[in-house]
Design a protein around this ligand. Sequence first.
Ligand code: FAD
Length: 435
Amino acid sequence: MADLPDRVKYLVIGAGVHGLSSAWHLAKEQRARGEEPDVLIVDKTGIGAGASGIACGVVRNNYFQPAMSELMAANVEVWEQDPPGFSYHPVGYVALGCGAQVDDLTAVYERQQRIGYPSELIVGADAVRSHMKEMFPDWRAQGVEVCLHEEKGGYANNMASMQGLAKKAQEAGARLVTGVTVTGFDMDDSGAVKTVQTDQGDIAVEQVVVGVGPWIASLWEMLGLSDRIDVRTPEGDVHKDQEMWTYWYLQEGEISVDPKLLSLPDGSMPPVLHVDSDAPLYDDDGKLITDELWGNYFKQDPHGVQGGAAPIIVGHEFEVDPYPTASVESSFADMWCASLSHCMERFEGKRGTYANVRSGGVGCFTAASFPIFDDMRPNVYVIADSNHGYKMIGVGREVAQVMTGGHSSVLYPFRYERFATGDLHPVSNSPYPWS
Ligand SMILES: Cc1cc2nc3c(=O)[nH]c(=O)nc-3n(C[C@H](O)[C@H](O)[C@H](O)COP(=O)(O)OP(=O)(O)OC[C@H]3O[C@@H](n4cnc5c(N)ncnc54)[C@H](O)[C@@H]3O)c2cc1C
């Protein structure tokens, strides 16, 4: 049996980015108030066992939704506190888009200037090509009309960063016990949770944080919350009885090459690249892969070059255990390798180096595809990040602030109530559900 206390002030469920960051900041907050930290993280498997331990690890600001952009700037502040400790590479991020995305990326750029997030906007195919050729002399992507180059952000190594975050939480005084599955909640008449039931015994609690990533539907149900919801649009239309959760499979992969193949001319690590193009995509043998809008993203990795492309909708029901990974179809490998070669000549002929490694996985999106960060019971804070959240290492800082009596203006736009009020986030022209 796991060594669990009978009672704890703050119980955090899930040792992914959100659980670990919340626990770290709650413990720090308690110490700052002169209290002995009383924070326990439980995870049914282990540190980084879910989406955080498999994420591509991209940290970017580029979001069409103003509230997402502001939240991302807050997250980058936390990543920058200790890049080596978080295995974080602050190499920047480049988003390239086709003609239909010029207005969206321009709006993002203008907002970044207003909030003081450093970036550069380049518009027009020729100007974009020369900007990219300075970094990658063999750049040859077509169908790209706009480039947003963010100076900040970059990526972190998924498992190493989670280990680093767990270390910080523990050093701050939080306890972590793995191999403990939460199975239910005992609530009083007000809906406040008194006891958390686990397969290793019950724990009396004062406050609970739920950060269970793609497992959110089961915890949501345990909290007695509905898996259907009425969604009011900003225009005032009400879509009745919508599914609360939708699973997407994120297709990602890797080519096993010398990582230096994707370097800047001086040998240093390049920014993370994200390309959306409306040019026809062919493989190296001239076979048409697609003539519709396509997108990819890629970055240097310790074992080569890693990245992904369009996700696949799985549906509203999904068995998350065992957590699925490395299960992409060969058509993904063909498409992603063709897209790399489309962008840079150095990737021509590299389809044969595609490696079927642990990469890709499932994410759970809310009814509006953006996070819910809210008190869903009087003493239960739920972090349902709608699969946006590896980069959101700062959400735990904000959650700790809210749970200790403060307010967070960056979390406020993600309250649950917005589905009823129509205060939803705007939708962009990107082919992805997360931009
Ligand atoms: C393939 C892939 C690539 C991604 N790439 C990026 C990216 O580049 N950038 C980005 O910002 N985001 C990315 N994301 C999204 C991001 O990974 C997730 O949004 C984020 O990691 C979710 O963190 P979390 O802490 O909520 O959950 P998780 O990291 O999934 O952690 C949840 C934890 O809860 C535990 N748990 C579940 N149920 C229970 C229970 N009943 N009792 C006890 N413990 C339980 C699990 O074991 C798990 O360890 C990606 C996602 C995927 C799938």
